[in-house]
Design a protein around this ligand. Sequence first.
Ligand code: ADP
Length: 256
Amino acid sequence: MLDVRDISVGYGERAVLGGLSFELRDGETIVLLGANGAGKTTLIKALNATLPLTSGDIALDGESLAKISRREIARNIAVVAQENETRFPVTVLEFVLSGRFVHGNAFGWESEADVEFAERALADCDLSGYETRLMNHLSGGERQRVVLARALATGAKILLLDEPTANLDLAHQAMMFRLVRERCRSCRASAVVITHDLNLAAEFADEIILLKDGRIAAKGTPAEVLTAENIKDVFSVNVLLDQNPASGSVRVTNVF
Ligand code: ADP
């Protein structure tokens, strides 16, 4: 569990996030929504301790992140960043296996168990058969799935995903969210996912955090947070809300 207590974060003199508190419980998927520049990516960086806090604290299972080694954090928290430069001439399997380095043995090579982890993650991401393909010869969407597979292969119980569906087609967007939610529910893992797709958020989030200008504008279940008023306040657009007839979740339609 990650316990975020009254954190403020910025870049040098520039304050970006102010006074944020929330809990990421085991088994839970939180979706972060907000306009460009609201501070979503900055929050992901703070949750992974790659950006220092100006004030407040983040605890991983009760222990402050500030007191945990980088390696221990990497074992527990896997990040899929937005701008991953992944066009290396390495094979898909090598790339996914690199996610196992956080568990590396003294000799630095992978074990059979590591290869199994990697193969399972590839299969989960619909990438069986891609093992020997080169990363720099894949499409953007394929590369994005490989990056997710590497995050899954780490075995980390917390996943932080910054717009993981940005390059994916419709089927793979749903696959990605379903995979993350299943992983959270079945392995008591948890995830924070940034997306701009309000309907995917409505469908897959246990909790939504709506960020506005570095502060939490609303937090709660999709039905509590996705109101026309909140959406107008944060995104400055008018929407119609009803119920998705197939799933029963809130459905958001833009009024153009
Ligand atoms: P979001 O992910 O919601 O679009 P970001 O967290 O990327 O927002 O950015 C929040 C604010 O922080 C923006 O005003 C952005 O310009 C600023 N910012 C982001 N990265 C840096 C940086 N490295 N240095 C200074 N300011 C930054």
